[in-house]
Write a protein that binds this ligand. Sequence first.
Ligand SMILES: Cc1cc2nc3c(=O)[nH]c(=O)nc-3n(C[C@H](O)[C@H](O)[C@H](O)COP(=O)(O)OP(=O)(O)OC[C@H]3O[C@@H](n4cnc5c(N)ncnc54)[C@H](O)[C@@H]3O)c2cc1C
Ligand code: FES
Length: 253
Amino acid sequence: MFNKKCKVISNHEIAPSIFEMVIENRDIAIEAEPGQFLHIKVNSGSDILLRRPISICEVNNDNITIVYQIIGKGTTQLSLVRSLEFIDVIGPIGNGFPIDKEKKCAVIGGGIGIAPLLELSKRLKNCDAYLGFKADAYKIDDFERYCDHVIVSTEDGSSGNKGYITDFMKHIEKYEVVYTCGPKIMMKKVKELCHVLPSVTCYISMEERMGCGIGACLVCTCKTINTDDSKWHYKKVCTDGPVFHAEEVELSD
Ligand SMILES: Cc1cc2nc3c(=O)[nH]c(=O)nc-3n(C[C@H](O)[C@H](O)[C@H](O)COP(=O)(O)OP(=O)(O)OC[C@H]3O[C@@H](n4cnc5c(N)ncnc54)[C@H](O)[C@@H]3O)c2cc1C
Ligand code: FES
């Protein structure tokens, strides 16, 4: 993990309220694994003290791409950063997705949850992608470059199939590993589908509000079950996750 001032190569809107930023840093790019995240100080001159966690979407040589949705003050500030400015970044942080290139895999993303699945798709050999959006699908071309099949759905029917992406996941038993990131309700459904199929291993990327991002403040804890003693515990999403075995985490509403 590094703390670096990273040069912003580009930062622009790719869909309504969705921005793609490319930053440059060799050390972070070399260490970055799919599923890990960056903890970003959104603007050195602003009154926003807490950093914002954003997933690593793709790595190309010394460049790291992130894709983020404008939610509040922090992400709005981030969208105002211009090319050639520098931002303060801690990363890469956390445990990413376990990768087994030989296995038949599916990545299942909902909305901005597709972001950490792109670099993962790139590193897997046999991978299909299921990508669901409310409206305005994005990054589809990139997934098509790395995946065997890409299935898209939008709730308004503007791209791909009309409906929830989980409605179009037929024959999930053909996969050995399923990776998912997105709204809790979608990940819950994916977990349920995989749970009844002992041959399918499912990994979930969790999202919780964060403070320090480095395991010190306990703001980001999530409820987990220890499969050995069946007892509930709490783990830190920032350093124990954000990726967990689906059977290990409770996805409360
Ligand atoms: C491991 C991880 C990876 C993430 N990856 C991405 C990504 O790739 N793209 C993306 O658009 N978003 C991602 N998020 C969510 C993103 O961090 C929040 O949307 C963002 O922090 C909102 O900040 P804000 O100031 O604009 O919103 P505000 O609502 O004003 O934020 C107020 C506070 O709440 C926190 N917060 C608000 N929403 C979330 C949230 N959903 N998750 C965690 N903290 C939140 C903020 O960090 C801040 O401390 C990720 C979150 C986590 C935990
Ligand atoms: S954010 Fe502080 S322990 Fe995870």
